[in-house]
Design a protein around this ligand. Structure first.
Ligand code: ZN
Length: 338
């Protein structure tokens, strides 16, 4: 509970004076009350997600009656020694239930899914902290993220461009969340502008979800770095390409590798700077250009998949608006969450 309280009240540092105070709600209070914000912990440990909700006064934009749902599955323990136990294969996401009225459904504006649903769960191997300390800081990050929504902030998927993060409103890997569970420099500047203490817009990198369809540097759950192409996207794609060329993965998996991991590299071919486009283009074909240096079946399958993804039938970046399957196929090495 101390981590929850710390996450909520971490925003006081941003404002510079006490704005929010977390207290246990007395029996009999209703979270429909407009003048109080509620943080609700669902004891169901199969629910490893959180989301925020609120009502906005249409006359002046004031946020009232905000609430945060926090599933107890987010309290899943971290190991003391990250090397000895990563999380199991990603779980299938459960449905998020909500009230419907006369056919009108309501989707949460943000649903942050826990590490259980992420690819290759990153368990913060390099941090000299106990498992309990990691969990406290991770919970604090999730709580601060959701409270940030109730203060008026949107996602910022470019927080990771300023390591460990310039924004707690990014969806970030666990190690970055643990390294910095508090609001970042972008969050401070955005709230200063939003609440009128500054007329300057934040200068840090910023993008919302929709921009990830066209901006290759607008990525959730990427490794914190100012150069995500060379430090994250290319190495991730290359590791699967090595498995394909070595025969660890069959040629039939080439299309899936390109769709899941090559598409983000090809996004730089489409929309990166000229230098990024060249680097991405070379990285896509490194090791499979010549059929003499790579098994022909694997090289042919990968090159065909690349050109299909780039020019004929995109399945990754730039195509998500058209095709958002609930479950995607899985590679055998690191299963894809649904
Ligand atoms: Zn969010």
């Amino acid at each position: 509970m101390s981590a929850v309280k710390a996450g909520i009240e971490s925003w006081n540092d941003v404002f510079g004076y006490p704005v929010v105070t977390a207290e246990l709600a007395p029996i009999g209070e209703s979270y429909a009350d407009d003048h109080v914000n509620y943080f609700i912990i669902d004891p169901n440990t199969s629910r490893a997600f959180a989301f925020a909700d609120w009502r906005t006064n249409p006359n002046n934009g004031e946020i009232r009656g905000a609430s945060v749902y926090f599933g107890a599955g987010l309290f899943a323990p971290f190991p003391d020694d990250a090397a000895e136990s990563a999380l199991a294969a990603p779980e299938q996401k459960p449905a998020i239930r909500s009230l419907q009225w006369h056919g009108q459904s309501h989707e949460p504006l943000c649903a942050m899914w826990g590490r259980q649903y992420q690819i290759g769960a990153d368990v913060a191997a390099d941090l000299p902290l106990t498992g309990a300390q990691k969990l406290e800081r991770y919970v604090q990050y999730v709580v601060a993220h959701e409270i940030g929504h109730t203060l008026g902030l949107r996602h910022n998927f470019k927080g990771s461009l300023l390591p460990p993060s310039s924004s707690v409103m990014d969806y970030t890997v666990a190690s970055a969340a643990i390294a910095q569970p508090t609001p970042g420099s972008y969050d401070r500047d955005a709230l200063a502008y939003l609440y009128g203490s500054s007329t300057a817009l934040p200068s840090q990198p910023f993008c919302i979800e929709l921009e990830s369809l066209s901006d290759p540097e607008c990525t959730a759950f990427d490794t914190p770095t100012p150069d995500p192409l060379n430090d994250f996207h290319i190495p991730r794609y290359a590791s699967y390409k090595v498995d394909l060329v070595s025969g660890a993965l069959p040629p039939s998996s080439a299309a899936l590798i390109v769709s899941l991991y090559g598409a983000s590299v090809l996004g730089f071919v489409r929309s990166g700077t000229s230098g990024q486009a060249a680097a991405a283009w070379n990285a896509i074909f490194d090791g499979v250009r010549a059929r003499t240096t790579a098994p022909a079946a694997a090289a042919d399958a990968l090159i065909a998949a690349v050109f299909r993804e780039l020019y004929l039938e995109p399945t990754g970046l730039l195509s998500r608006r058209r095709r958002t399957p609930r479950c995607r196929p899985r590679l055998p090495r690191t299963p894809r969450p649904c």
